[in-house]
Design a binder for this molecule. Structure first.
Ligand code: GLV
Length: 326
Protein backbone atom coordinates (compact mmCIF):
# COMPACT_ATOMS: atom_id res chain seq x y z
CA UNK A 1 0.00 0.00 0.00
CA UNK A 2 1.29 3.45 -0.91
CA UNK A 3 1.91 5.89 1.96
CA UNK A 4 -0.73 8.59 2.32
CA UNK A 5 0.26 12.22 1.98
CA UNK A 6 -1.43 15.62 2.07
CA UNK A 7 -0.70 18.63 -0.13
CA UNK A 8 -2.12 21.60 1.78
CA UNK A 9 -2.54 24.01 -1.18
CA UNK A 10 -2.95 23.89 -4.95
CA UNK A 11 0.18 22.75 -6.77
CA UNK A 12 1.19 22.16 -10.39
CA UNK A 13 -0.22 19.14 -12.29
CA UNK A 14 3.20 17.66 -13.13
CA UNK A 15 4.18 17.75 -9.44
CA UNK A 16 0.89 16.15 -8.46
CA UNK A 17 1.45 13.40 -11.06
CA UNK A 18 4.93 12.75 -9.73
CA UNK A 19 3.59 12.49 -6.18
CA UNK A 20 0.75 10.21 -7.32
CA UNK A 21 3.36 7.78 -8.67
CA UNK A 22 4.63 7.25 -5.11
CA UNK A 23 1.79 8.07 -2.75
CA UNK A 24 -1.92 8.06 -2.15
CA UNK A 25 -2.36 11.83 -2.43
CA UNK A 26 -4.98 14.07 -0.88
CA UNK A 27 -4.51 17.49 -2.39
CA UNK A 28 -6.28 20.78 -1.80
CA UNK A 29 -6.52 21.74 -5.49
CA UNK A 30 -9.44 24.06 -4.66
CA UNK A 31 -6.80 26.05 -2.78
CA UNK A 32 -8.95 26.92 0.22
CA UNK A 33 -6.57 27.86 3.07
CA UNK A 34 -7.04 25.09 5.67
CA UNK A 35 -7.80 26.15 9.23
CA UNK A 36 -6.07 24.32 12.08
CA UNK A 37 -8.89 21.89 12.64
CA UNK A 38 -9.18 20.91 8.97
CA UNK A 39 -5.42 20.54 8.73
CA UNK A 40 -5.26 18.33 11.83
CA UNK A 41 -8.18 16.20 10.60
CA UNK A 42 -6.57 15.77 7.20
CA UNK A 43 -3.21 14.84 8.70
CA UNK A 44 -4.49 12.25 11.17
CA UNK A 45 -3.65 9.32 8.86
CA UNK A 46 -0.89 10.87 6.69
CA UNK A 47 2.79 9.92 6.60
CA UNK A 48 3.86 13.11 4.88
CA UNK A 49 2.74 16.62 4.08
CA UNK A 50 3.71 19.28 1.56
CA UNK A 51 3.24 22.58 3.37
CA UNK A 52 3.42 26.22 2.37
CA UNK A 53 4.68 29.13 4.44
CA UNK A 54 1.18 29.86 5.75
CA UNK A 55 0.78 26.41 7.36
CA UNK A 56 1.93 26.51 10.98
CA UNK A 57 3.45 23.21 12.15
CA UNK A 58 4.01 23.02 15.89
CA UNK A 59 3.82 20.59 18.81
CA UNK A 60 0.10 21.10 19.08
CA UNK A 61 -0.52 20.07 15.47
CA UNK A 62 1.95 17.19 15.64
CA UNK A 63 0.13 15.76 18.66
CA UNK A 64 -2.81 15.01 16.36
CA UNK A 65 -0.69 13.43 13.59
CA UNK A 66 0.68 10.14 14.94
CA UNK A 67 1.63 8.78 11.48
CA UNK A 68 3.50 11.87 10.28
CA UNK A 69 7.15 11.32 9.29
CA UNK A 70 7.93 14.22 6.98
CA UNK A 71 6.97 17.87 6.53
CA UNK A 72 8.22 19.26 3.21
CA UNK A 73 7.85 23.02 2.99
CA UNK A 74 7.46 24.61 -0.45
CA UNK A 75 9.66 27.56 0.58
CA UNK A 76 13.23 28.24 1.52
CA UNK A 77 12.09 29.99 4.73
CA UNK A 78 10.77 27.68 7.43
CA UNK A 79 9.78 29.99 10.27
CA UNK A 80 6.27 28.48 10.02
CA UNK A 81 7.67 25.20 11.33
CA UNK A 82 8.82 24.45 14.88
CA UNK A 83 11.95 22.42 14.08
CA UNK A 84 12.57 21.37 17.68
CA UNK A 85 9.00 20.09 18.05
CA UNK A 86 9.33 18.16 14.77
CA UNK A 87 12.63 16.59 15.84
CA UNK A 88 11.10 15.62 19.18
CA UNK A 89 8.20 13.99 17.35
CA UNK A 90 10.71 12.32 15.00
CA UNK A 91 9.38 14.17 11.96
CA UNK A 92 11.77 15.14 9.17
CA UNK A 93 11.54 18.73 7.88
CA UNK A 94 12.79 19.97 4.51
CA UNK A 95 12.82 23.28 2.60
CA UNK A 96 13.61 24.35 -0.99
CA UNK A 97 16.97 26.19 -1.02
CA UNK A 98 18.72 27.22 -4.22
CA UNK A 99 15.95 27.03 -6.80
CA UNK A 100 14.47 30.43 -5.99
CA UNK A 101 17.62 32.52 -5.54
CA UNK A 102 17.72 34.14 -8.99
CA UNK A 103 13.99 34.86 -9.18
CA UNK A 104 14.02 36.41 -5.72
CA UNK A 105 17.07 38.52 -6.59
CA UNK A 106 15.39 39.64 -9.83
CA UNK A 107 12.30 40.67 -7.90
CA UNK A 108 14.37 42.55 -5.34
CA UNK A 109 15.63 44.60 -8.26
CA UNK A 110 12.07 45.11 -9.49
CA UNK A 111 11.26 46.61 -6.07
CA UNK A 112 14.42 48.73 -6.02
CA UNK A 113 13.74 50.25 -9.43
CA UNK A 114 9.99 50.59 -8.97
CA UNK A 115 10.46 52.38 -5.65
CA UNK A 116 13.35 54.63 -6.66
CA UNK A 117 11.81 55.64 -10.00
CA UNK A 118 8.18 55.85 -8.77
CA UNK A 119 6.90 53.35 -11.33
CA UNK A 120 3.75 52.27 -9.46
CA UNK A 121 2.80 55.77 -8.36
CA UNK A 122 3.11 57.19 -11.88
CA UNK A 123 1.26 54.21 -13.37
CA UNK A 124 -1.63 54.87 -10.96
CA UNK A 125 -1.59 58.54 -11.98
CA UNK A 126 -2.10 57.62 -15.65
CA UNK A 127 -4.76 55.02 -14.97
CA UNK A 128 -6.69 57.56 -12.92
CA UNK A 129 -6.76 59.84 -15.98
CA UNK A 130 -4.69 62.50 -14.20
CA UNK A 131 -1.92 62.91 -16.78
CA UNK A 132 -2.42 66.32 -18.34
CA UNK A 133 0.89 66.62 -20.15
CA UNK A 134 4.66 66.53 -19.85
CA UNK A 135 6.40 68.56 -17.12
CA UNK A 136 10.10 68.82 -16.42
CA UNK A 137 9.63 68.17 -12.71
CA UNK A 138 7.11 65.36 -12.96
CA UNK A 139 7.67 62.31 -10.76
CA UNK A 140 11.27 63.16 -9.97
CA UNK A 141 12.84 59.97 -8.68
CA UNK A 142 16.07 58.80 -7.18
CA UNK A 143 18.98 57.56 -9.33
CA UNK A 144 19.88 53.93 -8.75
CA UNK A 145 23.01 53.99 -10.90
CA UNK A 146 26.17 54.89 -8.98
CA UNK A 147 24.26 54.87 -5.67
CA UNK A 148 25.39 52.85 -2.64
CA UNK A 149 23.54 49.58 -2.20
CA UNK A 150 23.58 48.04 1.28
CA UNK A 151 22.79 44.34 1.62
CA UNK A 152 21.93 42.99 5.06
CA UNK A 153 22.25 39.21 4.96
CA UNK A 154 24.72 37.87 2.42
CA UNK A 155 23.62 34.31 1.71
CA UNK A 156 22.76 32.97 -1.73
CA UNK A 157 20.04 35.56 -2.43
CA UNK A 158 21.93 38.56 -1.03
CA UNK A 159 24.94 37.62 -3.17
CA UNK A 160 22.82 37.40 -6.32
CA UNK A 161 21.35 40.82 -5.60
CA UNK A 162 24.92 42.14 -5.31
CA UNK A 163 25.99 40.63 -8.65
CA UNK A 164 23.11 42.39 -10.40
CA UNK A 165 24.26 45.76 -9.00
CA UNK A 166 27.35 45.72 -11.25
CA UNK A 167 25.27 46.80 -14.25
CA UNK A 168 24.22 49.91 -12.33
CA UNK A 169 27.84 50.67 -11.39
CA UNK A 170 26.92 50.87 -7.73
CA UNK A 171 29.04 50.75 -4.62
CA UNK A 172 27.97 47.54 -2.88
CA UNK A 173 28.34 47.13 0.89
CA UNK A 174 27.13 44.18 2.90
CA UNK A 175 26.85 42.96 6.44
CA UNK A 176 26.11 39.44 7.61
CA UNK A 177 26.79 37.31 10.66
CA UNK A 178 29.71 35.68 8.90
CA UNK A 179 31.97 37.48 6.45
CA UNK A 180 31.93 35.88 2.97
CA UNK A 181 35.03 34.27 1.46
CA UNK A 182 37.37 36.71 -0.33
CA UNK A 183 36.58 35.16 -3.74
CA UNK A 184 32.84 35.65 -3.17
CA UNK A 185 33.43 39.28 -2.16
CA UNK A 186 35.55 39.76 -5.27
CA UNK A 187 32.97 38.15 -7.59
CA UNK A 188 30.14 40.19 -6.06
CA UNK A 189 32.27 43.37 -5.90
CA UNK A 190 30.93 43.77 -2.36
CA UNK A 191 32.66 45.18 0.72
CA UNK A 192 32.00 43.86 4.23
CA UNK A 193 31.15 46.57 6.78
CA UNK A 194 29.65 46.67 10.28
CA UNK A 195 25.88 46.85 10.58
CA UNK A 196 26.22 50.46 11.80
CA UNK A 197 28.31 51.48 8.81
CA UNK A 198 25.90 49.72 6.46
CA UNK A 199 22.96 51.66 7.86
CA UNK A 200 24.83 54.95 7.79
CA UNK A 201 26.16 54.66 4.22
CA UNK A 202 23.42 52.92 2.20
CA UNK A 203 21.27 54.91 -0.22
CA UNK A 204 19.26 51.73 -0.72
CA UNK A 205 19.18 49.06 1.99
CA UNK A 206 17.90 45.61 1.04
CA UNK A 207 17.28 42.78 3.53
CA UNK A 208 18.07 39.12 2.89
CA UNK A 209 18.03 37.42 6.29
CA UNK A 210 15.73 34.61 7.43
CA UNK A 211 13.15 35.32 10.10
CA UNK A 212 14.03 33.90 13.53
CA UNK A 213 13.85 35.25 17.09
CA UNK A 214 17.33 36.73 16.51
CA UNK A 215 16.16 38.72 13.44
CA UNK A 216 12.83 39.91 14.87
CA UNK A 217 12.72 43.69 14.29
CA UNK A 218 16.32 43.66 13.12
CA UNK A 219 15.29 46.92 11.47
CA UNK A 220 13.40 48.77 14.19
CA UNK A 221 13.04 52.38 15.26
CA UNK A 222 16.72 52.75 16.25
CA UNK A 223 18.04 51.26 13.00
CA UNK A 224 15.66 53.33 10.86
CA UNK A 225 16.94 56.44 12.63
CA UNK A 226 20.49 55.48 11.62
CA UNK A 227 19.63 55.35 7.90
CA UNK A 228 20.55 58.27 5.67
CA UNK A 229 17.78 60.83 5.26
CA UNK A 230 15.96 59.89 2.04
CA UNK A 231 17.22 56.29 2.01
CA UNK A 232 15.10 53.53 0.48
CA UNK A 233 14.37 50.29 2.32
CA UNK A 234 13.63 47.04 0.48
CA UNK A 235 12.28 43.93 2.18
CA UNK A 236 11.69 40.78 0.13
CA UNK A 237 12.93 38.54 2.98
CA UNK A 238 10.34 38.00 5.72
CA UNK A 239 7.79 40.00 7.62
CA UNK A 240 8.83 40.65 11.20
CA UNK A 241 12.44 41.42 10.22
CA UNK A 242 11.22 45.02 9.96
CA UNK A 243 9.11 46.74 12.62
CA UNK A 244 6.33 47.81 10.25
CA UNK A 245 4.90 50.41 12.67
CA UNK A 246 8.31 52.07 13.05
CA UNK A 247 8.78 51.94 9.27
CA UNK A 248 5.39 53.58 8.67
CA UNK A 249 6.42 56.37 11.07
CA UNK A 250 9.78 56.88 9.36
CA UNK A 251 8.06 57.07 5.96
CA UNK A 252 5.31 59.39 7.17
CA UNK A 253 7.84 61.76 8.73
CA UNK A 254 9.65 62.02 5.39
CA UNK A 255 12.90 60.72 6.88
CA UNK A 256 12.93 57.75 4.51
CA UNK A 257 12.68 58.25 0.78
CA UNK A 258 10.59 55.17 0.17
CA UNK A 259 10.15 51.46 0.72
CA UNK A 260 9.62 48.44 -1.49
CA UNK A 261 7.94 45.71 0.50
CA UNK A 262 7.00 42.17 -0.53
CA UNK A 263 6.58 40.84 3.03
CA UNK A 264 4.79 42.14 6.12
CA UNK A 265 4.50 41.49 9.83
CA UNK A 266 0.93 40.18 9.86
CA UNK A 267 0.38 38.88 6.35
CA UNK A 268 -2.01 39.16 4.64
CA UNK A 269 -2.88 42.23 6.76
CA UNK A 270 -0.89 45.39 6.10
CA UNK A 271 0.03 48.09 8.59
CA UNK A 272 -2.93 50.45 8.04
CA UNK A 273 -0.75 53.46 7.18
CA UNK A 274 1.17 51.78 4.34
CA UNK A 275 -1.43 51.51 1.52
CA UNK A 276 -2.06 55.26 1.49
CA UNK A 277 1.62 56.13 1.11
CA UNK A 278 2.72 57.09 -2.38
CA UNK A 279 6.41 56.40 -1.85
CA UNK A 280 5.81 52.75 -1.00
CA UNK A 281 5.60 49.81 -3.40
CA UNK A 282 3.63 46.90 -1.98
CA UNK A 283 3.50 43.37 -3.40
CA UNK A 284 1.87 40.23 -1.94
CA UNK A 285 4.86 38.00 -1.05
CA UNK A 286 5.62 37.08 -4.67
CA UNK A 287 9.40 37.50 -4.89
CA UNK A 288 9.92 33.87 -5.91
CA UNK A 289 6.79 33.78 -8.05
CA UNK A 290 7.89 33.14 -11.60
CA UNK A 291 6.09 30.19 -13.19
CA UNK A 292 9.33 28.25 -13.57
CA UNK A 293 10.58 28.92 -10.05
CA UNK A 294 7.35 28.17 -8.19
CA UNK A 295 7.14 24.92 -10.18
CA UNK A 296 10.77 24.09 -9.30
CA UNK A 297 10.08 24.79 -5.63
CA UNK A 298 7.05 22.49 -5.59
CA UNK A 299 8.96 19.76 -7.45
CA UNK A 300 11.91 20.01 -5.07
CA UNK A 301 9.56 19.72 -2.09
CA UNK A 302 7.96 16.67 -3.74
CA UNK A 303 11.37 15.07 -4.33
CA UNK A 304 12.23 15.73 -0.70
CA UNK A 305 9.02 14.00 0.36
CA UNK A 306 9.65 10.97 -1.84
CA UNK A 307 13.22 10.67 -0.50
CA UNK A 308 12.07 11.19 3.09
CA UNK A 309 9.50 8.40 2.94
CA UNK A 310 11.63 5.98 0.90
CA UNK A 311 15.27 6.44 1.99
CA UNK A 312 14.69 8.45 5.17
CA UNK A 313 17.38 10.89 4.02
CA UNK A 314 15.92 13.75 1.96
CA UNK A 315 18.40 16.12 0.25
CA UNK A 316 17.24 19.29 2.02
CA UNK A 317 16.80 17.92 5.54
CA UNK A 318 16.71 20.76 8.07
CA UNK A 319 16.79 18.68 11.24
CA UNK A 320 19.60 16.13 10.76
CA UNK A 321 19.57 15.56 14.53
CA UNK A 322 16.42 13.57 13.73
CA UNK A 323 18.65 11.10 11.87
CA UNK A 324 21.37 11.04 14.52
CA UNK A 325 18.85 9.91 17.13
CA UNK A 326 18.58 6.76 14.91
C1 GLV B 1 9.39 32.44 0.23
O1 GLV B 1 9.12 33.38 0.91
C2 GLV B 1 10.25 31.38 0.65
O2 GLV B 1 10.70 31.36 1.80
O3 GLV B 1 10.53 30.50 -0.17
Amino acid sequence: MKPKILVTREIFDDVLEYLAGHFEVVSNQEDHPMDRQTLTQNLADKSGVMTTLVDRVDADLLAGCPELKAVCNIAVGFNNIDLAACSKARVMVTNTPGVLDDSTADFTWALILATARRVVESDAHLRAGQWKGWYLKQFLGFDVHHATLGILGFGRIGQRVARRAAGFEMTVLYHSRRRADPDVERDCKATFVSKEELLARSDILTLHVPYAPSTHHLIGRAELAMLKPGAILINAARGGVVDDAALAEALASGRLGGAGLDVFENEPALHPALPAMKNVVLTPHIASSSAATRNAMAMLAARNLVAALTTGNPPNLLNPEYLRKG
